[in-house]
Ligand binder design. Structure first.
Ligand code: NAD
Length: 471
C-alpha cells in the first residue's frame, strides 16, 4: 500500500499547542483542510471571533489565523464530524499531572487522551492516521492502538504516530515556521513507515527534509520528555549556581557567559531566574520520575526529581530574600508584583513562579498589588484561589489588588518584585515609580532584566537574583 496523501486534518484540542500548530499547518499547506475541534465552546468561539480576540496570546498568531481562517482553517465544536472527515488526526489534548489515585502528583493524567481516542474509535467510518501531539508517557501509543482496535468498526486501520511538539510559548509561531527539528516516531513496519511518510509530506510543505527526523515510536515519546527534562535541568543548574553567587559576591551573568562560551555547551537556557514555570517542565519531569520508579530505577528517579526540588527551592529562596531584606517582616507592607504570566510574551499562567511568590507574601500577611500586561483579571483570581485553597477568595481579595499598569501598581508600595521578564518593565519610568513609593524603596529583580546601577542612582535599593551585592 502506498502512503496516503493527506487532504483533511482534524486536530482534537484547540489549546496552546493544537491551535498554533494546526493554524500554521493550514497556512503552509493551502491544499489541506484543517479543522481544529474542542469540547470547550467558549474557546472555539474565541478562535472564531470576528475581531480575532483569540483565546491565547502568541506573537504573530493573529496574522496566521487571519490569513487561513475560513480558507482552509476551521474551528469547531463538532468533534465527530471533523473526525469522520479526516485522513489524519492530531490528538493535542491536555495531559496534566494526576491529582489523585495511583501516581498522584507524578504520573500524567491520560483521561483526556483516552476520551479522544475512544471518540475516534466510536465515530470513524474510514481508516485514519492518528498522531500523538500531546506529551505522553512512553508506550501511550500502544494503549491508543488497543483502544482503537477494540472499539472500531471492522475493516478499519489505525496507524499511530508520535509527533511531539517542541514549540515554546511566546515564540510558538517562529518555532513552527522554522523548527529546529520535527520528530516523527512510528512502528518500523511497512504500514507504520507509510503513515510516517504521509506526515512527512505534510511538514515537507515548509520544513526542509533534513530537519524532519524519523525514529521508533518509543524513542519519539521519550525524546520529548528528555528534551524538557534537560532544558529544565539547565535552568535548575544555573539557579543553583545563582545561590552560590549571591552568597559569595560573584555575578551569575558573568558565570553564565563564561560557561556558555564553551561550544560544547552554548549560551542558551543559562539565565538565572526566580524559577521555571509553564505547563510542561515540571509535569514532564515528574512524569519521567514516575516512569523511572515504575521501571525500578530509583537513582534515576531521584536524579530528575532534584531538578524540581531545586526549582521549588529557588522560588522559596527568592521570597525569603524579600522578607529578610525588608527588615524581616512584610506584614501589612505593600508589595508590588510585576508580571503574573510564567514567562514574557504569553498570557499563560500555568505553574507561574509569580503564583508561588504571591502565595508566600500573602502568608506573611502582606498586601500585594499585581500588574501583568496580558493576563486577565479573572485568571489571576482563579489561580490564586487554586493556590490558596484554604482561604476564601473574598479574603484573598482583601489582601490583593490588580492594577491597570506598573506605575499604579507601585504606588505606596515598599517593594517592587519583577516576576516575569516582560520587556515593558525595562522601559518603565522608574523615576516616576520611585517618587510614588514608600521609602526606602526596594526593587527585587527576579529576572535580571533591570539596570540595577541606574535604579540605584534614582535612589532604589536593588537586589538582583544571582548577584551578591550588599545593599
Ligand atoms: N503548552 C506548551 O507549550 C506545550 C508545548 C509542547 C507540548 N505540549 C503538550 O501538548 C499537550 C496540549 O497542551 P496545551 O498547552 O495545548 O493544553 P491546553 O489545555 O491549552 O489545550 C488542550 C485542549 O484540549 C481540549 N480537550 C481535552 N479533551 C478533549 C476531547 N476529548 N475532545 C476535544 N477537546 C478536548 C481542552 O478543552 C483544551 O482546550 C499537552 O500534552 C502538553 O504537555 C504543550
Amino acid at each position: 500500500m502506498a502512503p496516503v496523501t493527506v487532504k483533511k486534518i482534524c486536530c482534537i484540542g484547540a489549546g496552546y499547542v493544537g491551535g498554533p500548530t494546526c493554524a500554521v499547518i493550514a497556512l503552509k499547506c493551502p491544499n489541506i483542510i484543517v479543522t481544529i475541534v474542542d469540547l470547550n465552546k467558549s474557546r472555539i468561539d474565541a478562535w472564531n471571533s470576528p475581531d480575532f480576540s483569540l483565546p491565547i496570546y502568541e506573537p504573530g498568531l493573529v496574522d496566521v489565523v487571519k490569513e487561513a481562517r475560513g480558507r482552509n482553517l476551521f474551528f469547531s465544536t463538532d468533534v465527530d464530524k471533523a473526525i469522520k472527515e479526516a485522513d489524519l488526526i492530531f490528538v493535542s489534548v491536555n495531559t496534566p499531572t494526576k491529582k489523585s489515585g495511583v501516581g498522584a502528583g507524578f504520573a500524567a493524567d491520560l483521561n483526556y487522551v483516552e476520551s479522544a481516542t475512544r471518540r475516534i474509535a466510536a465515530v470513524a467510518t474510514s481508516s485514519k492516521i492518528v498522531v500523538e501531539k500531546s506529551t505522553v508517557p512512553m508506550r501511550t501509543a500502544e494503549s491508543m492502538r488497543t483502544i482503537l482496535e477494540a472499539n472500531s468498526k471492522p475493516g478499519l486501520r489505525f496507524d499511530i504516530l508520535s509527533n511531539p511538539e517542541f514549540l515554546a510559548e511566546g515564540t510558538a509561531i517562529s518555532d513552527l515556521f522554522s523548527p529546529d527539528r520535527v520528530l516523527i516516531g512510528s512502528l518500523q513496519t511497512p504500514e507504520g513507515l507509510d503513515a510516517c511518510r504521509s506526515l512527512i509530506e505534510v511538514y515537507a510543505n515548509w520544513v526542509p527534509k533534513e530537519r524532519i527526523l524519523t525514529v521508533g515510536l518509543w524513542s519519539s515519546e521519550l525524546s520529548k520528555l528528555a528534551a524538557n527534562a534537560m532544558l529544565a535541568q539547565r535552568i535548575s543548574s544555573i539557579n543553583a549556581l545563582s545561590a552560590i553567587c549571591e552568597a559569595t559576591g560573584a555575578n551569575i551573568d558573568e558565570v553564565a557567559h563564561a560557561v556558555g562560551r564553551d561550544s560544547r555547551m552554548g549560551p542558551k537556557f543559562l539565565r538565572a531566574s526566580v524559577g521555571f514555570g509553564g505547563s510542561c517542565f515540571q509535569k514532564d519531569i515528574l512524569n519521567l520520575v514516575y516512569l523511572s520508579e515504575s521501571l525500578h530505577l530509583p537513582e534515576v528517579a531521584a536524579y530528575w526529581r532534584q531538578v524540581v526540588i531545586m526549582n521549588e527551592y529557588q522560588k522559596r529562596r527568592f521570597s525569603k530574600t524579600v522578607v529578610d531584606t525588608l527588615f524581616n517582616t512584610i506584614t501589612n507592607k505593600n508589595i508590588t508584583v510585576l508580571g503574573f504570566a510564567f514567562k514574557a510574551d504569553t498570557g499563560d499562567t500555568r505553574e507561574s513562579a509569580a503564583i508561588t511568590l504571591i502565595r508566600d507574601f500573602l502568608s506573611e500577611r502582606a498586601h500585594v498589588t499585581i500588574y501583568d500586561p496580558q493576563v486577565e483579571e479573572a485568571q489571576i483570581w482563579y489561580d490564586l484561589a487554586e493556590a490558596i485553597p484554604d482561604t476564601p477568595i473574598e479574603q484573598i481579595k482583601k489582601q490583593v489588588t490588580i492594577a491597570p499598569n506598573a506605575l499604579d501598581a507601585a504606588k505606596n508600595s515598599e517593594a517592587v518584585v519583577i516576576a516575569t521578564e516582560w520587556k515593558e518593565f525595562i522601559d518603565i519610568d522608574w523615576k516616576a515609580v520611585y517618587d510614588t513609593m514608600n521609602k526606602p524603596a526596594f526593587v527585587f529583580d527576579g529576572r535580571m532584566i533591570l539596570n540595577a546601577d541606574a535604579l540605584r542612582q534614582i535612589g532604589f535599593k536593588v537586589k538582583t537574583i544571582g548577584r551578591g551585592e550588599k545593599i
